[in-house]
Design a binder for this molecule. Structure first.
Ligand code: AMP
Length: 113
């Protein structure tokens, strides 16, 4: 069954898309944890960071290129931002389609529990 993010890629459910190319889509998180909260998602269903293979590295490269473009476009690149990938239960992963959270728009504080 398609993941919720594949349904967004296929336009089966709506999302506020801020970036898209052949390999990557990025859209606003539905439950933002900061003034800017974007999810960057490969257009391939990779369940977790543990499942990334050498063949997938082109997606990882494309994701980081997209992060550079998106943060510049949204005007948060200079002041800075945080990129997070949650993995499995201890990481708090809820959607099992690899994704990178971009958080920014204000000082985020320390990376603690
Ligand atoms: P994670 O805990 O890393 O798996 O994060 C999943 C993220 O997906 C959460 O921050 C959710 O708010 C977000 N999310 C779930 N469904 C949607 C949706 N339909 N559109 C946008 N963001 C979503």
């Amino acid at each position: 069954m398609a993941t919720i993010f594949t349904k967004i890629i296929n336009r089966e459910i709506p999302a506020s898309i801020v970036f898209e190319n052949e390999k990557v889509i990025a859209f606003k998180d539905i439950n933002p944890q900061a003034p800017v909260h974007i999810l960057v998602v490969p257009k391939k269903e990779i369940a977790t960071l543990n499942d990334v293979t050498k063949e997938d590295f082109e997606y990882i490269t494309a994701i980081y290129q997209a992060i550079q473009e998106i943060t510049k476009e949204l005007g948060i690149s200079e002041k800075g931002y945080r990129v997070i990938t949650n993995c499995n239960s201890h990481g708090g992963q809820e959607v099992f389609h690899l994704h990178f959270h971009i958080l920014g728009g204000e000082p985020l504080g320390a990376l603690v529990k």
